[in-house]
Design a protein around this ligand. Structure first.
Ligand code: GLA
Length: 402
């Protein structure tokens, strides 16, 4: 459903013209489970969007409809639920709550949502809902804020309302991703560089169809294990605030002081940070084989050290080997299911998709979905729908460098 279709449906349901905003999902090329350790990540936004059509109401109600689900939710802005309801509306309530807490005078609104980011595929459908909702609600207020701040507030909504202690990566790239580029982000300073990707390269995303769930305990447990590592290591190296501050040799020197599981988790993060910076360098020098090698290493580390892969993800990575046009691949996103991301030369992308689907089905009996993607632009107002005064800004990336 495109923006015009959504606007038409909105008109039928709410009898008024909406403004429409959209925010993309993302695929992370490298840098997994590093964002909440103040480290580096390198995702791209992808051309699957969540769209939110919005119009103002004269009362203090939020009336929420979805193009996919039939239930209609109605809330009073002065009395929003304090805990999640375990429904799609949680992301909207979470964002409205956090915007209000941040001092934005959120007004009553009708919202109609439509999501095309596959759910549970590790492609950040939740960040896409949050960011599109934030832009929609902000456009009805007088508030303007940089997209970086929008990303932070959406992350806060997911942390505090939905209960997943996610890092900043997904919301940030959903806001600030750029077509034809990956976004190299320093998750501590939020400085970023846009890294151009070669024109003849596709990001082939293979969905294992095993659904992952971030609000489940494993993700939060990994975060706690990292925090435990920092606590022990800071006894040896005062001044360490996050695993970002630990070098591989410092970690190795204190290996015996850490419980074995904590050591493995820390080793993944410390080495993964290095791989992200190396991969950006490889892209800049057109060394795609180099990026591919780093992606394979990242997958092995997520499988063996961080232990967030699963049988289906490992199979999906293994069966890609030696397919024509393939440079490398790995699981992407939080893990425990979801998708792999593969760098494939454009002319071979279709045959890669067909062949990997066959090989995966043969080994697992599961019919996967494969999406052949190119990096997309981040969130904004939909062109060709009634013009929205921008309530957010993009920031020139050229002044920052990592
Ligand atoms: C999820 C989270 C991100 C990040 C990844 C793992 O996608 O939302 O913040 O932690 O997992 O890299």
């Amino acid at each position: 459903m495109n923006a015009a279709d959504l606007a038409e449906r909105f008109q039928k349901e709410f009898h008024t013209q909406p403004k429409v905003f959209r925010a993309p999902g993302r695929v992370n090329l490298i840098g997994e489970h590093t964002d909440y350790n103040d480290g580096f990540v390198m995702p791209s936004a992808i051309g699957f969007f969540t769209r939110v059509a919005v119009s103002a109401r004269s009362d203090r109600k939020l009336v929420l409809r979805s193009a996919e689900y039939s239930e209609v939710f109605e809330f009073d802005l002065t009395n929003l639920p304090a805990v999640r309801l375990n429904a799609w509306c949680d992301y909207v309530i979470g964002v409205a709550t956090i915007l209000q807490q941040a001092g934005c005078a959120v007004t009553g609104a009708n919202l109609l949502l439509h999501g095309e980011v596959p759910i549970g595929a590790g492609l950040s459908s939740s960040a896409a809902i949050e960011v599109a909702t934030a832009l929609a609600l902000l456009c009805l207020t007088e508030v303007t804020m940089p997209l970086q701040t929008v990303a932070r507030l959406c992350q806060k909504a997911e942390n505090e309302f939905v209960g997943a202690r996610v890092g900043i990566m997904d919301q940030f790239v959903s806001c600030l991703g750029r077509a034809e580029h990956a976004l190299l982000l320093d998750c501590r300073s939020l400085d970023f560089d846009l890294v151009p990707l070669p024109e003849n390269l596709k990001l082939v995303i293979c969905n294992t169809m095993v659904k992952h769930q971030l609000s489940g305990g494993e993700y939060n447990r990994r975060r706690e294990e990292c925090e435990q590592g920092v606590q022990i290591l800071s006894g040896f190296y005062p001044g360490i605030k996050a695993l970002r501050d630990v070098s591989p040799s410092q970690l190795l020197a204190q290996a015996k002081a850490l419980p074995p599981i904590i050591y493995k988790r820390c080793l993944h993060v410390v080495e993964e940070n290095r791989r992200v910076l190396d991969a950006a360098q490889c892209f800049r020098s057109s060394d795609l084989q180099g990026v591919g090698r780093l992606m394979r290493e990242s997958h092995r580390s997520l499988r063996d050290l961080y232990e967030v892969s699963c049988r289906e993800l490992d199979i999906m990575v293994e069966v890609a080997e030696e397919l024509p046009g393939y440079y490398g691949g790995r699981m992407t996103g939080g893990g425990f299911g979801g998708s792999t991301v593969n760098l494939v030369e454009s002319p071979q992308a279709e045959s890669f998709a067909r062949e990997i689907t066959e090989r995966y089905r043969w080994q697992t009996g599961i019919s996967s979905e494969v999406y052949i993607c190119s990096p997309a632009n981040g969130a904004g107002a939909e062109p060709n729908t009634p013009a929205a005064a921008p309530s957010f800004q993009t920031i020139d990336s050229s002044s920052k460098s990592i």
